[in-house]
Design a protein around this ligand. Structure first.
Ligand SMILES: [Zn+2]
Length: 112
């Protein structure tokens, strides 16, 4: 299951950060999750709850901030509305994905 390996990779990052801060426990994990990153929030939460057992984040809550998809023209900076063709109407440049494909560990609330 894809989400499970994502959760394990996250926990590796979390444990490394907790060690670096001498934390005894992680309370809340804040995550930015792009709408087009290929990971579904509900599945990731379920996988995280399985994978966290026995780690420093065993009782951590997963707080997910959804990031909407945003396409921008790299030439003129014009934003492409969702559902619109991904080519700029002004200069014909293909749009670039600016946001929405990320999965970022933003912040941890830890007990030290
Ligand atoms: Zn343009």
């Amino acid at each position: 299951m894809h989400e499970y390996s994502v959760a394990c990779a996250l926990l590796d990052q979390i444990e490394a950060a907790a060690r670096a801060h001498d934390a005894t426990a992680v309370k809340v994990v804040h995550l930015a999750l792009g709408a087009q990153c290929g990971v579904e929030a509900g599945l990731l939460t379920g996988a995280f709850e399985l994978a966290r057992a026995g780690t420093v984040a065993a009782e951590a809550e997963l707080s997910i901030r959804p990031v909407p998809v945003r396409w921008v023209c790299p030439r003129c900076g014009g934003e492409r509305p969702s559902g619109a063709p991904l080519v700029c109407p002004d200069d014909g440049t293909p749009a670039r994905l600016e946001a929405g494909d990320e999965l970022i560990l933003e912040r941890l609330e830890m007990e030290v």
